[in-house]
Design a binder for this molecule. Structure first.
Ligand code: ADP
Length: 430
C-alpha cells in the first residue's frame, strides 16, 4: 500500500489529501495550525492525524509539504531536519508530475513578477488553439484539483518555494520571466534566490524547451549558465523584440510585453501559428488587480493595480501610465518606494494612505515633490484623487498601485482591489 505524509493543510495540501485518499493511499497529515487539522478531519476522517514528529518517515513514499513552509533559511521548519536522509519531501506539483509523466505535457512558468499574467495568457491562447489545457499551480488552483486526462497540457505557475521542492519534475516547456530581489528572509542572499529560480530548468530533456527573457543581466547570466548543460533548446528574448505591429491595449506596458512574448514563445514552441497567437493574445481580458482598467473616457483613466504589493511590482505601472494621480500606501516593504523616484516626474499628485503614508510622503518630499495628500485610508485617498481629476485640462490616470501589503485595512490585495472598484463605481455613478 502506498503511504504518504502531507504536511501543511492549506489549499494545496487539502487538495492532495482528497486526491490520495480517493486513490486509497494511507495518509498521515498534520499542520502547525491545529484548526486546519480539525477542519480536514471533518471531511476526511479516514486519514491518520498524528503530529509530524511521530510519523515513521522511513515507511513513507514521500511527504508533500506546502510551499509556505520554509524549507530553507532562518525560519526553516524542523520537519526538514527530522526527515533528512529518511524520506523525500516534495511539493504537490512534483507528486502530480510523478503520476502524470509520460502521459501529459507540462509547461512551467516562473519569475519574480508577471507569473500569473503569463500563465493565464498562455492558457488562454492554448485553449483558443484547441489544446486540452489546464491552468494551475501557484495560480491559486492546486494541481490536484485539475482533471487527469490523457492528452492534457498542464500550464503551471511555479513559485520559487515550489521549485525548491521539485526533484524529478521535467517541464516540457519552462519559462523564466525576470528575477528581482524577493523573499530574502528565506534565501538569505540574492544569489540563493537566483539559484532557486534556475531550478525551473532542472531535468530538461533533448526535446524540452527553455524560454528566458534576458532583459536583465541576472536572467542573461542564467541563460548563459545553463547554456552548455541544458540538453534541450534554449530560446532567449527581450521585451523590445518587435514582433507585433500594434500595441496591446488589453496588456499595456513594457512589462506586459515581457509576458506576451513569453506566452508567444511558449505557444509557438507548442506549434501554435503566429497569427492565432496574436489574435488570441488580443482577446485576453487581463487579470483582475493587475493594471486592470476600471474606467476610461476622454478625460480620465482609472487603473486598479492592487496586486502591486511591493515597489518592483509598482514600477511597471508608473512607467506605463501618464499624468498619474497615484494612490499608494498600506503596510510598506523594507525599501519603501525609494527605487521609484525616477518616475516621480510622471506623477501629477500622490495620495498616500494607511500605515506607510507618513514615510512615503517624507521620501516623496525629500525628492523635491510637494504635490501630495495624506489620508487615513484608501477610500479617502481615492475620493481625493477623483475630486482633483475633474480639475485637470488634459487626460489623467488615477492609479491604485500601492507598493504595499494591504493588511492594515484589508485581508489581501483582492479585497483591496475590489473595495477600490466599488468606491470608484459609487462615486462615478452616484
Ligand atoms: P505574479 O504572479 O508573479 O505576482 P502578476 O502577473 O500577478 O505576477 O503581476 C503582479 C504585479 O506585477 C502586478 O502589479 C503587475 O502589474 C506587475 N507585473 C506583471 N508582469 C510583470 C513583469 N513582467 N515584470 C514586472 N512586473 C510585472
Amino acid at each position: 500500500m502506498n503511504k504518504i505524509g502531507i504536511f501543511g493543510l492549506g489549499k494545496s495540501g487539502v487538495s492532495a489529501a482528497k486526491y490520495f485518499s480517493k486513490e486509497k493511499y494511507k495518509i498521515w497529515a498534520d499542520d502547525d495550525n491545529k484548526s486546519s487539522v480539525e477542519k480536514l478531519k471533518e471531511t476526511l476522517p479516514e486519514i491518520t492525524y498524528e503530529s509530524f514528529d511521530s510519523w515513521k518517515y522511513d515507511k513513507l513514499d514521500y511527504i508533500i509539504c506546502a510551499p509556505g513552509i520554509a524549507s530553507l533559511g532562518v525560519n526553516k521548519h524542523k520537519i526538514f531536519d527530522l526527515v533528512e536522509g529518511k524520506c523525500e519531501i516534495i511539493c504537490d506539483i512534483e507528486a502530480f508530475y510523478r503520476l502524470r509523466k509520460g502521459n501529459s505535457s507540462f509547461v512551467g512558468i516562473t519569475g519574480t513578477n508577471g507569473k500569473s499574467t503569463t500563465t493565464a495568457l498562455t492558457y488562454h491562447i492554448m485553449k483558443e488553439a484547441g489544446f486540452n489545457a489546464f491552468i494551475g499551480g501557484n495560480f491559486g488552483i492546486p494541481v490536484f484539483d485539475l482533471p487527469i486526462e490523457g492528452d492534457a497540457t498542464y500550464v503551471l505557475e511555479v513559485s520559487c518555494f515550489q521549485l525548491d521542492l521539485l526533484k524529478e519534475c521535467s517541464f516540457d516547456v519552462s519559462c523564466l520571466l525576470n528575477i528581482t530581489p524577493d523573499h530574502i528572509d528565506r534565501y538569505e542572499s540574492f544569489d540563493n534566490y537566483v539559484l532557486s529560480k534556475k531550478q525551473i530548468f532542472n531535468n530538461g530533456k533533448e526535446n524540452s524547451v527553455a524560454i528566458i527573457c534576458v532583459d536583465q543581466d541576472t536572467t542573461r547570466k542564467v541563460a548563459d549558465g545553463i547554456g552548455g548543460l541544458y540538453p534541450g533548446r534554449i530560446i532567449t528574448y527581450q521585451s523590445d523584440d518587435s514582433i507585433f505591429e500594434r500595441n496591446f491595449d488589453n496588456l499595456p506596458g513594457k512589462h506586459n510585453m515581457q509576458n506576451i512574448l513569453a506566452a508567444y514563445n511558449i505557444c509557438k514552441t507548442l506549434g501554435v501559428k503566429n497569427n492565432l497567437i496574436e489574435k488570441s493574445a488580443r482577446s485576453f481580458d487581463g487579470l483582475e488587480h493587475r493594471s486592470e482598467k476600471v474606467f476610461e473616457d476622454e478625460k480620465l483613466l482609472i487603473v486598479n493595480d492592487s496586486k502591486a504589493t511591493n515597489e518592483d511590482a509598482t514600477r511597471p505601472a508608473l512607467r506605463t501610465f501618464k499624468n498619474i494621480l497615484w494612490l499608494a500606501g498600506g503596510v510598506a516593504k523594507e525599501s519603501g518606494i525609494n527605487s521609484l523616484s525616477e518616475y516621480f516626474n510622471k506623477i501629477n499628485k500622490a495620495y498616500f494612505y494607511g500605515e506607510a503614508a507618513a514615510d512615503f510622503a517624507a521620501f516623496y518630499q525629500s525628492e523635491g515633490h510637494e504635490n501630495f495628500e495624506i489620508h487615513d485610508g484608501m477610500k479617502q485617498a481615492a475620493i481625493g484623487a477623483l475630486e482633483d481629476a475633474a480639475n485637470y485640462d488634459g487626460k489623467v490616470t488615477i492609479l491604485l498601485s500601492p507598493a504595499c501589503a494591504s493588511f492594515d485595512e484589508f485581508s489581501n490585495f483582492e479585497e483591496r482591489g475590489k473595495a477600490f472598484k466599488k468606491i470608484i463605481m459609487e462615486e462615478l455613478c452616484g
